[in-house]
Every structure is written in C-alpha cells, then in structure tokens.
Design a protein around this ligand. Structure first.
Ligand code: 13P
Ligand code: SF4
Length: 330
C-alpha cells in the first residue's frame, strides 16, 4: 500500500497495522478502517482503557485494536492482570460480565449491549434451582456462556478450554453440566462421567454436520479438520482435533497443516490465516450474529461516551464470582 507520510494522517499512522491484515482487507477499503482505528488508539490512551477481544472478533478488531485476545478462559484470566481503569470487552455480554465479576472495581464496557449468546439465553437461574430440586446433591457445572445470575446458582464454572479438568476435579460419578448439551456430551465421552445436560445449543456450531465434514475431506486431499466442542458429537467424531478456540489456534501453530478447516465461527479462520499465510484455510462460514454486533465504530463510540457499562447486582456478583474463581483455581 502506498501511503504518503504525514504524521497527522490516520493512514500513515496505521500503516504498520495494515501490514497485519493486508491479506484480508483490500487496500481500497483500508482508509475507512484506518480512521476508526486511529481514533480508538488515541482514545485508549486518554481513557486509560484496554481492549480485550475474543478470537471471533473481525480481523481489524482482533489484529489492530485489541490489547489482549483469546478464548473465554484466557479473557477471564487476562482480565485480572489489567492495570488500566477501563476494560472494553470486544466480545459478547457474558464475557463482559465475567470480566466485571473478576474486576468489580474497574469499569467494564461492552460496545453493544445486545451482543448476547444463544447458550446464555437458553437457561435461567430458576431453571438451575429446578434441576437442583430434581437431582439433589449432584454438583452443577456451568459453562461460562451464561448470565451472572445463572453462575450464581452454580457450584463451579467451566469453559471449553478446561471443561474436562473441571469435571474430573470434582471426583464424582454424576454431574449436571449446562447449558450446552453438545459440549456436555463431548465431555461425557472423554471423561466417562455421567452428565445431566440441558437442551441449550450454540446457534453457530449446531449447524455443522458430519456429512459436510466428509464432503470437505473428499474435495480437499489431506485436509486436517479442527472442530470446536460446541459442535454436535457426530461432527467432533469426524475431526482430527477438538478444543477451545485458543486450543484450535495452538494446534494450527504447532502442527502447521498444509490444508485445514476450523469448524467454528468465520472470523477465526480469517484471524489465524493472517498469521499463517502459507496455510490453506478451507472456510465453511457460520457467523455468530452476536459477536458481529461489535464493530470498530461501536468500539470507538464506546470509548468516546464510556458506554455501555456492565453492572451486576452485588448479591448476585458475590455468588457468581465464587463459581468463576473456583474454576480459575483448577
Ligand atoms: P471459547 O472459549 O473456546 O473461545 O468459546 C467461546 C464461544 O463462544 C464459542 O462459541
Ligand atoms: Fe454464543 Fe455460539 Fe456465538 Fe459463541 S458462537 S457467542 S456460543 S452463539
């Protein structure tokens, strides 16, 4: 990209960032991104803010404005190491709530309050109380993809990155694990623990089918298949590797397959492909509409207006925090 050097020019200032995404974003489109990115970088400093971004954020967010990126587990852990006064969570609402639970004294902003999750909206605190009454004494393990109110009713949380460890740490033959029935079934198969599930599903991952994976293998010789454990067990069974989004990225970095498909949300392949241009990414694209609510203009506005602040009822927060902290101790 040919950029005239003018220190007051966002294009000049963001030129090194463009290098990170030039295989994904056409040069002709960059000026639009550059203006917002430049403004966000300035606002981050003046507001003493950091941006935590999930691996499903679009490349211009993931590679150009995020200070920290990762899976749900990494974002929770990293949220606790932040010195800045404000955290902007470029991800969905439960992630921002988790960051707030772990940083009650900090201001946590989410650029769009409507950025939800089909798993989080599949279950309420009342549902957990009903399950406890039905299965007295059985521990409740709650996926982090839930509201703080649901976490508050749980014994311990887990993410896709540590679900197996969390379940095994309990040392019991039977657990209630919710709300993702596919994740629960995948973990039950790995651990041999009997798992009582809940009929929640990720609207992105439930769409993948084993037939689709077999077709891709037929069309692409030597294809390596990496699937997220929110996929149906029949899809995970077709994969060469399954793990959280961070584990999927690590797998690609470690194994450097010639051709790979990441059976998960669209932006993952974009973000990882930018790092490994020599790898051929086959891209079936299932998009998370909630993750895609977060855009550069909304992040900019969030920092300009210091909205939308995430708040949690202190009584709920105290109990929910315990469930998250128990997970982080494992
Ligand atoms: P990870 O914790 O693996 O990043 O998953 C979060 C998520 O929402 C996947 O759909
Ligand atoms: Fe929720 Fe699925 Fe979107 Fe992740 S990808 S935020 S689990 S709807």
């Amino acid at each position: 990209m040919n950029i005239a050097v003018n220190p007051s020019d966002p294009l000049a200032r963001t030129a090194p960032l463009y290098e990170r995404v030039k295989t994904l974003i056409p040069a002709v489109e960059w000026p639009v991104f550059a203006k917002d990115i430049d403004a966000i970088l300035t606002l981050k400093e003046s507001r003493n803010a950091v941006i935590l971004a999930h691996n499903y954020q679009t490349p211009e967010i993931f590679h150009c404005v995020a200070d920290i990126s990762g899976d749900s587990l990494a974002l929770a852990r990293e949220a606790m190491t932040v010195d800045a006064e404000t955290i902007v969570l470029a991800g969905v609402h439960f992630m921002a709530e988790t960051a707030k639970l772990l940083n009650p004294e900090k201001r946590v902003l989410i650029p769009d309050l409507e950025a939800g999750c089909s798993l989080a909206s599949s279950i309420t605190a009342e549902d957990i109380r009903g399950l406890r009454a039905k299965y007295p004494g059985v521990p409740v393990v709650t996926y982090v993809n839930t509201s703080a109110a649901v976490k508050a009713e749980s014994d311990i949380c887990c993410t896709s990155g540590n679900a197996r460890k969390v379940i095994e740490s309990l040392g019991v033959a039977r657990v209630i694990m919710l709300p993702d029935e596919y994740l629960a079934q995948n973990i039950a198969a790995e651990t041999g623990v009997e798992i009582i599930t809940w009929p929640g599903r990720c609207e992105v991952h439930e769409q993948f089918t084993p037939a689709e994976i077999r077709e891709m293998r037929e069309a692409h010789d030597g294809l390596v298949v990496v699937a997220h454990p929110e996929c149906p067990p029949s899809v995970v069974a077709e994969a060469d590797f399954s793990g959280s989004t961070a584990n999927m990225i690590d797998f690609v970095g470690r194994e450097r397959p010639k051709k790979v498909v990441l059976v998960t949300e669209c932006s993952m392949s974009d973000n990882v492909a930018a790092q490994y241009p020599e790898i051929d990414f086959i891209r079936p694209c299932n998009m998370c509409p909630h993750m895609k609510r977060i855009t550069l203009p909304k992040i900019r506005r969030s920092l300009e207006t210091m909205t939308h602040e995430v708040t949690i009822d202190p009584a709920v927060a105290a109990r929910a925090r315990l469930a998250v902290e128990r997970m982080l101790e494992i």
